[in-house]
Design a protein around this ligand. Sequence first.
Ligand code: ZN
Length: 325
Amino acid sequence: MVKEILPGIFQMQVPLPKSPLKATNSYVILDHSRPLVIDTAFNRPECHETFLLLLKEIGLTPEAVDFFITHLHADHLGLAVALARDGTTIYFNEPDLPLARPAKSYWERMGRIYEQHGLPLQDSLEAITRHPGRIYGPQMDFPYTIVRDGDVLHRGPYSLRCVQTPGHTPGHMCLLVEGHDVLFCGDHMLGDITPNITMWVEMADPLGRYLESLDKVMRLRLRRVLTGHRSAIEDSEGRIRELKAHHEHRLQEVIAALQDGEKDAATITPLITWDLRYDFWEDVHPVQKLFATGETIAHIQHLEATGIVQSTLRDGRILHNLAED
Ligand SMILES: [Zn+2]
């Protein structure tokens, strides 16, 4: 589906097969020289075919366009490299760059870190094998053009300012349509689901960084937020307050889980409320378990950064306790 959302700016919804996210919203800004496409979809044949058809509806071909990718996740970056031709520019942020196409050793290292947090190595390696980010990412390296916070791109009548919002990924980058109070926000904010905030080797206290990034976007006083999935957000300030309350609630759940003593992240995770359907935690899909544990770790790390929780490594396991007053 294609719709014009501002003069010369189109939204294309690219379905993501078997994904609860349903589709990625890709945006196209027309320009007499090089139109700009913001975000793509998974690098898989179904997405590729649809993407070409949607571009054609706007009268464009991949040869004619450049790309701006908000963050490293495969449902945004995956297809860009496959669509790129000679002379294509793909704008991308620097902190996410080493993670655009991680080596096998990176995933093994992540598996061992999750093992220290209490997830059996076999389970996390199995989850990683099925992880869409590993399967549908770019199949080759690319000479990305690095953009930094405050950089401005010009397309058609629009000035587009890069607004870095670390948290969802280490270098997540939004794009502000200056003078229109409209933000292309990737996965920094979503309307009816909460963006995943997880642990990163590359970023200390990701939740702390994310909450700071929400404050940064609050200061932009936006009229409209164009999200990477599902519907746009019309009340940006209200949504920011909801997202902050969501994380505050989850932080309180982690504190409550530690009231009766020391635990690792994998033990705390089933004690937290998740938006998942299950009767027994053992039945939850390994990929969902990995995501949930990553999210728990990010919350624990924030409690650690704010002095509420203490963590110790003992016999290869990372254990958490409420800090003494
Ligand atoms: Zn994402």
